[in-house]
Design a protein around this ligand. Structure first.
Ligand SMILES: Nc1ncnc2c1ncn2[C@@H]1O[C@H](COP(=O)(O)OP(=O)(O)OP(=O)(O)O)[C@@H](O)[C@H]1O
Ligand SMILES: [Mg+2]
Length: 266
């Protein structure tokens, strides 16, 4: 039997209350408990406004909880960490730098020598199939290519955690499926811990070893579903469809509850 991996991220009664300009309190996250194992792939899924980005920002140290504790590697998260990288929906590339320049940037900022950085950047671009585009600039690339540059830039620095906030949401279905497969291949090779936010239940089941379904008002965890299917997952198989049914049923419950709340709007 393989050993149980250690806990990488632990949330204990984590709460986030925002105060509006009119001094009204908005509870974006009700107390949340969650443990994420080192090297695992976890998807956070749920309707708009249920606190997915809020939760990810707390994990990445971009924001502080108003209650409870977030720990990574057994230590409280006190701010951002260079080994924990966020990938956003809008790519976040430097438009004035070439593809290679974008990937090199993080490496050089870590004091890696020019030659070594170049070698590592090109190898990472190879991994995402973009070596031939190394000298292009972001405006010359499709959305899928830009997101691959963002992934290469993140992976080049060999992070131990990747936070991804709806990274494929703006892409067409074909590109999205292709990038899902590519991300899984790279994750299996490198095994960083991945926390991946998506709106898309199929995407969550394709990617996650564990899917955390969240519900809004206040943001909270509705259900945690383990998906012990092997990778790569066959989206057309009956066992995939079984998890899909289960998650959709649960999602409809969340949605119905949300629709019953007068404040909720899509
Ligand atoms: N900086 C902020 N100030 C005040 N309220 C905020 C702030 N950030 C988020 N919120 C509120 O917290 C709730 C959760 O927002 P969050 O962005 O985490 O949702 P989400 O699940 O990521 O939604 P989406 O799927 O649309 O990205 C929302 O009601 C939102 O209005
Ligand atoms: Mg969000």
């Amino acid at each position: 039997m393989s050993p149980v991996p250690p806990v990488k991220i632990r949330l204990c009664q984590v709460e986030k209350v925002f105060i509006s300009a009119r001094s009204e309190e908005q509870q974006a996250l009700a107390p949340v408990d969650l443990e994420i194992a080192a090297g695992s792939f976890v998807c956070l899924v749920g309707p708009s406004g249920c606190g997915k980005t809020t939760l990810l920002n707390l994990l990445a140290g971009f924001d502080r909880p108003t209650g409870g504790a977030v720990e990574i590697d057994g230590r409280p998260v006190a701010g951002s960490d260079r080994n924990h990288i966020m990938i956003f929906q809008d790519y976040g590339l430097y438009p004035w730098k070439s593809v290679l320049g974008n990937v090199l940037f993080g490496l050089r900022a870590r004091g890696i020598s020019a030659d070594q950085a170049r070698e590592r950047a090109l190898a990472t671009l190879d991994m995402v199939g973009l070596r031939a585009a190394a000298d292009k600039h972001p405006h010359e690339l499709s959305g899928g290519m830009k997101q691959r540059v963002a992934i290469a830039r993140a992976l080049a620095v060999e992070p131990d955690i990747l936070f991804m906030d709806e990274p494929f949401a703006a892409l067409d279905a074909f590109t999205r499926i292709h990038l899902q497969d590519e991300l899984l291949r790279i994750w299996q090779e490198r095994r960083p811990t991945v926390v991946f936010v998506t709106h898309d239940l199929d995407e969550a089941i394709t990617l996650g070893q564990r899917v955390v379904l969240m519900a809004p008002k206040p943001g909270r965890i509705q259900r945690v579903l383990d998906i012990p299917l092997p990778y790569p997952r066959e989206r057309t198989r009956e066992d995939f469809a079984g998890y899909r049914r289960e998650l959709f049923q649960e999602f409809h419950l969340v949605h119905q509850e949300a629709a019953d709340s007068v404040e909720y709007s899509i």
